[in-house]
Design a protein around this ligand. Structure first.
Ligand SMILES: Nc1ncnc2c1ncn2[C@@H]1O[C@H](COP(=O)(O)OP(=O)(O)OP(=O)(O)O)[C@@H](O)[C@H]1O
Length: 437
């Protein structure tokens, strides 16, 4: 009986046995006994199934004949056995299991860490990490890992697993975990996620920026690390699509009762920027995340007083979002409908309220060498308000990243001699289009 790759409504391609062809209709049967009918005319264009293509080989490049169907089925057959990783030569394909699998224990980490040839072991994210660490230690060349996929594919989780591996594999013997550079590196995660992640319809903890992380190692020891962020989706500060949420950090701050009292802030249902979207994100515990964020800041040298300054800036952005405008009577321009949100925003930022208000109500135009002020219309005032909020948020994010880098940086002499290992976490669209903010 012939066995062919047949178009399937759910599986896209399925390996099927040809049973019969009657009146121009070919009837196939899947391995599970499901009947699949296709027009007999297409049979001549279908590929033969080779046994090797259905067993779920570790490496797609070991297939004698690689077709889209064979590639897809290999990954599917492996996934069904809870093997979420597959090699394509030295590229690792990872399928998000959306469940905790027993794949990342310390025993597993050690298995890859101490293997002579990690690539010879079953495909695993630790194998990629082990390879790059070993190359970092033995070769004179810098290393880079590119993690790429759609939103929700598991890039951030993969990056975190690689970071944990690197932290463990480069830890000096006997180092106190809580004081080590390794621990500091891992502590960047809650901070980057609080400022740069948000709930979207595809992922409740979606990174809304591109992250480049560089580790610097000298003689196999981690000397420092640097985080760079690009293309933060700043529009999310002011507006979100249906079913989505603004950045986690706003909701983390707004759930902290005593802090709200201290800063005279209210819950997320009281601010235009937060109430425009979802107030909670399933699976995201804002309270716990806020505790982790505070611990991370503290351990990276950003003390409680500085943290309050950060919460004040965030509070100010929320208050700015509550500013609305009405047309002036009998003259051009608009005024604030209610002055209290702008006044509160100014207080939190430590600015004169009239200066902050002017940024929204008045436009400055350069005429020759002079700056001329002209009153704004309502839409223009709203746009200025939102631009200001986005600008402040983006600057705060940059500032937080710079603070992390100050704590994590290797000194210049060791850095010039050190080798670098970079990790790029970048999203692509469904058809592999590059990211755009
Ligand atoms: N290896 C894994 N094991 C278990 N669950 C995982 C794994 N990878 C991802 N997930 C689950 O999938 C969710 C989405 O993963 P992740 O945030 O890493 O996606 P992403 O590709 O970074 O998305 P985005 O581009 O939107 O940031 C995680 O919150 C987690 O629940």
């Amino acid at each position: 009986m012939r066995r062919l790759w047949v178009p399937h409504p759910d599986l896209v391609w399925a390996p099927c046995w040809l049973h019969d062809t009657i009146d121009g209709i070919a009837t196939f049967g899947t391995e599970e006994g499901e009947a699949v009918e296709v027009a007999a005319g297409i049979i001549s264009g279908l590929e033969e199934v080779h046994q090797q293509q259905v067993v779920g080989l570790d490496d797609v490049c070991c297939l004698d004949t690689v077709t889209k169907a064979a590639l897809l089925h290999t990954i599917r057959a492996r996934f069904n056995k809870q093997s979420v990783y597959t090699w394509v030569s030295r590229i690792l394909l990872a399928v998000n299991p959306f469940q905790v699998l027993p794949l990342y224990s310390s025993e597993m980490l050690d298995k890859y860490r101490f293997a002579k040839e990690a690539h010879a072991l079953p495909p695993h994210i630790f194998s990629i990490a082990a390879d790059s660490v070993s190359n970092l230690q033995t070769s004179s060349r810098d290393q880079a890992i590119v993690i790429n996929g759609e939103s929700g594919a598991g890039k951030t989780e993969s990056a975190k697993l690689i970071m944990s591996f690197i932290a463990e594999a480069t830890k000096p013997d006997g180092a106190e975990p809580s004081q080590s550079m390794q621990d500091k590196v891992l502590r960047t995660n809650p901070i980057m996620e609080a400022f740069g992640n948000a709930m979207t319809v595809r992922n409740n903890n979606s990174s809304r920026f591109v992250k480049w992380l560089s580790f610097f190692a000298l003689d196999g020891r981690l000397m420092g690390c640097e985080v760079q962020q690009y293309l933060l989706e700043d529009t999310r500060v002011c507006s979100v699509a249906r079913g989505e949420r603004s950045y986690h950090i706003f909701f983390q701050v707004l759930q902290a009762g005593p802090l709200l009292k201290e800063l005279a802030l209210d819950g997320p249902e009281c601010y235009s920027y937060t109430k425009a979207g979802q107030l909670t994100a399933p699976g995201v515990d804002d309270g716990q995340a806020f505790e982790e964020l505070q611990e991370a800041f503290t351990s990276l040298g950003i003390d409680a007083a500085m943290q309050v300054q950060i919460w004040r800036v965030l509070g100010a952005i929320l208050c700015l979002g509550n500013c609305s405008f009405v047309n002036e009577e009998r003259q051009e321009g608009v005024r604030l409908r209610d002055e209290s949100p702008a006044r509160r925003a100014a207080e939190l930022l430590g600015l004169p309220p009239e200066e902050l208000t002017k940024c929204m109500l008045v436009r400055k135009i350069a005429v020759g060498r002079e700056l001329v002020e002209s009153p704004q219309r309502e839409e223009q005032a709203k746009s200025s308000r939102d631009s200001l909020s986005k600008f402040i948020y983006a600057r705060l994010f940059v500032w937080a990243v710079n603070c992390l880098n100050q704590t994590l940086k290797a000194d210049v002499t060791s850095r010039t001699k050190a080798r670098a290992l970079g990790i790029l976490d970048i999203v692509t669209g469904p058809a592999g289009e590059p990211f755009s903010a």
